[in-house]
Design a protein around this ligand. Structure first.
Ligand SMILES: [Zn+2]
Length: 306
């Protein structure tokens, strides 16, 4: 991608996030009206990463590194070529293909921004520059000063759950325009299915850069993340105005089909191993609240929990 195009991507992302973060509705959820959240795309940092942290009293910064944007771009190209998504959309036409890549990358970056923002409002704060994350609350660290994986992974689940809600709300405002641009005639089922699948594929892309060893992993396994996003979106779907007008049954069946596709095709799980694995995800998710209580996370939240 040319430098000009990158600049455009960065400024689009920044504008989108700025507009969202400064909206009255969002600001009214902050406990302290003086809270400010700054968003930067760090075009000099080539690490595949994003950070959220507190820089001063009431001031927070979300930083998306250029390396992450580049990685997502590469993964989007690979994903479109693989035909795992937009199945009805031919990607042999280069213009069309690049539009699909852009769309996928847009959804992914949007999710990443919301995920980082969720860390901030949920109180998962790091203080100062690089180095330790989440250093404001009391928790036993290992000899390297790192948070135990069991804590970190549960904070990640909370951020994913919030991000699922926020991105769904955002999707409600863009899906019709997108449907027209990407699909020609809008078929709500198709748009929703591809949208959900795109998020699940994002977790798969992230797995490649996270450790394979569970104890080392900073994030939960993609299967668990998929489960969290899936459950939260299912729960929120009827409460968000402007989403494709589908009945509860239809939404449920679309969501289940996507999840099944994702597990069977992308993880090669057999139908028999799938059920116990899903139960495992549910158990993991159910343990999140206890951990948040143990960390007394409510004390650190920037926004009122709703
Ligand atoms: Zn995170």
């Amino acid at each position: 991608m040319s430098i000009e195009l990158w600049k455009e991507v960065f400024s689009n992302v920044r504008e989108n996030v700025d507009a969202y973060l400064s909206s009255e509705e969002i600001r009214s959820t902050y406990r302290d009206p003086n809270t400010s959240i700054e968003f930067v795309v760090d075009d000099l940092c080539h690490s595949v990463n994003a950070f959220a942290g507190r820089v001063a009293i009431n001031r927070y910064r979300i930083r998306i590194c250029a390396g992450l944007a580049a990685y997502l771009r590469e993964s989007a190209v690979e994903t479109i070529e693989s035909g795992w998504i937009f199945k009805e959309q031919s990607s042999s036409d280069p213009v069309r293909r690049s539009r699909l890549i852009d769309y996928l990358m847009y959804i992914w970056l949007d999710f990443v921004c919301f995920h980082e923002w969720s860390h901030v409002i949920c109180g998962h704060h790091s203080v100062g520059g690089s180095g330790e994350q989440w250093s404001e609350f009391e928790v036993q660290r290992d000899e390297k000063g790192k948070l135990p994986a069991e804590v970190n992974q549960r904070l990640e689940v909370e951020a994913d759950a919030y991000a699922a809600k926020f991105t769904l709300a955002r999707f409600s405002t863009i899906w019709q325009g997108l449907a027209h641009e990407i699909y020609g005639t809008a078929v709500p089922e198709m748009v929703l299915r591809d949208y959900l699948m795109s998020l699940l594929l994002l977790f798969r892309a992230f797995e490649k850069i996270d450790g394979k060893d569970c104890a080392e992993r900073s994030h939960p396994e993609p299967i668990d993340r998929a489960f969290v996003v899936h459950s939260f979106m299912m729960g929120e779907f009827s409460g968000i105005p402007g989403l494709p007008n589908l009945g509860k049954k239809e939404v449920e069946s679309i969501f289940s089909r996507v999840l099944l596709d994702f597990y069977l095709l992308h993880f090669g799980l057999s139908a028999e191993t799938l059920l116990p694995r899903i139960l495992q995800s549910a158990t993991f998710m159910a343990s999140v609240d206890d951990m948040l209580k143990k960390l007394k996370m409510d004390q650190y939240r920037v926004a009122v929990r709703r």
